[in-house]
Design a protein around this ligand. Structure first.
Ligand code: SAM
Length: 253
C-alpha cells in the first residue's frame, strides 16, 4: 500500500540540497547554501506576508533621523506577536523598551479600540520619539509611555494589573528581573513575550566560553529567562526560531 501521508519535513526540506554539477547548477533551482536558502525564505515571507507598512517604515526613518539604534523588533517576529495578540483578544498589555514605537504600534493596533498599552522607556528622548510615532499612527489614546528605569516603573504599574500580555524587549541582563514581575502580574491565559532570546546567536554557549563583559551578562539573562519559563509548570512556553528568537509563554494556572 502506498503511504499518502504528506511529507512536510523531509530531509530535503530541512537540509541544503546536495551540490549539483555545472556552473551555478541548473537554472530555476533553489539557492544551494543553507544560508542563502534561509535568506530566500525570509525574503519570501516578507514579500508574501508584508509585515511592515508606510506608518512602520516612517517609524524606522524617524528613529534614524534621531540617531537612534536600529534595534526595532524583527519584522516577522513583530507580525507574529501582533497576530497572536489579535487571536487571543488581549486588551491590556505592558511593553518594556519602547525605543521609537515600532513594536508598540503593532501591539496597540492588535489590542484594538478600548485596549491599552503601557510602554516603558528609560531614555526620555526616545520616549518622546515613541510618543510622536503613536500620535502619527493615530494610537496615542491607546498608549501611555512611562519614562524611567523599568525596575522602578513596573512597581507603579502593578496596581493596574493583572495584564493580558507583557512584552520584554529592554536590557537583556535584567530579563530575569522583569520575568519576576511578569510572572506575578500576568493573568491566567495571558502571555509573556521576550525578544532577542537567541542572545544574538550566542544563547546556546557555555557562559565560561564568553569573555566579553557586555555579552556575558546579557547571555546569562536570556538563558535564565528561557529556562525558567520552559521549566515553570504554570506556563507553556516556546521560542519562535527566527533570526533573533522570540520567546512566548502562556500562563496556564
Ligand atoms: C530593543 S529596544 C526596544 C525596541 C522596541 N521594543 C521596538 O521593537 O520597537 C530596547 C529599548 O529599551 C530601553 N531600555 C534599556 N534599558 C532599559 C531599562 N532599564 N528600563 C527601561 N527601558 C530600557 C532602551 O532605551 C531601548 O529604547
Amino acid at each position: 500500500m502506498v503511504d499518502k501521508t504528506p511529507v512536510l519535513f523531509s530531509p530535503h526540506t530541512l537540509m541544503p540540497r546536495p551540490h549539483r554539477p555545472g556552473p551555478g547548477g541548473p537554472p530555476g533551482l533553489p539557492p544551494q547554501s543553507l544560508e542563502s536558502r534561509l535568506q530566500a525564505l525570509e525574503d519570501y515571507s516578507q514579500r508574501t506576508f508584508k509585515p511592515t507598512d508606510a506608518v512602520l517604515q516612517e517609524v524606522v526613518q524617524r528613529a534614524r533621523q534621531h540617531n537612534m539604534p536600529n534595534i526595532h523588533v524583527g519584522r516577522m517576529d513583530g507580525l507574529t506577536m501582533e497576530v497572536i495578540i489579535r487571536m487571543a483578544g488581549y486588551k491590556k498589555m505592558v511593553e518594556i523598551g519602547a525605543l521609537a514605537g515600532y513594536s508598540g504600534i503593532l501591539i496597540a493596533r492588535a489590542l484594538g479600540p478600548g485596549g491599552h498599552l503601557h510602554s516603558v522607556e528609560y531614555n526620555p528622548d526616545f520616549a518622546e520619539v515613541a510618543r510622536e510615532s503613536f500620535r502619527k499612527a493615530g494610537l496615542d489614546d491607546r498608549v501611555t509611555v512611562h519614562v524611567g528605569r523599568a525596575s522602578e516603573v513596573l512597581e507603579q504599574l502593578t496596581e493596574l494589573g493583572p495584564f493580558d500580555g507583557i512584552f520584554i524587549d529592554a536590557d537583556k541582563n535584567n530579563y530575569p528581573v522583569y520575568l519576576d514581575w511578569a510572572e506575578k502580574n500576568i493573568r491566567v491565559g495571558g502571555a509573556i513575550f521576550g525578544d532577542n532570546t537567541f542572545g544574538f546567536g550566542h544563547v546556546w554557549r557555555n557562559l565560561d566560553t564568553i569573555h566579553d563583559h557586555h555579552l556575558k551578562p546579557a547571555i546569562a539573562g536570556v538563558q535564565t529567562f528561557n529556562s525558567r519559563l520552559a521549566d515553570n509548570p504554570n506556563f507553556r512556553a516556546t521560542i519562535l526560531p527566527t533570526d533573533q528568537g522570540l520567546t512566548m509563554a502562556v500562563r496556564l494556572k
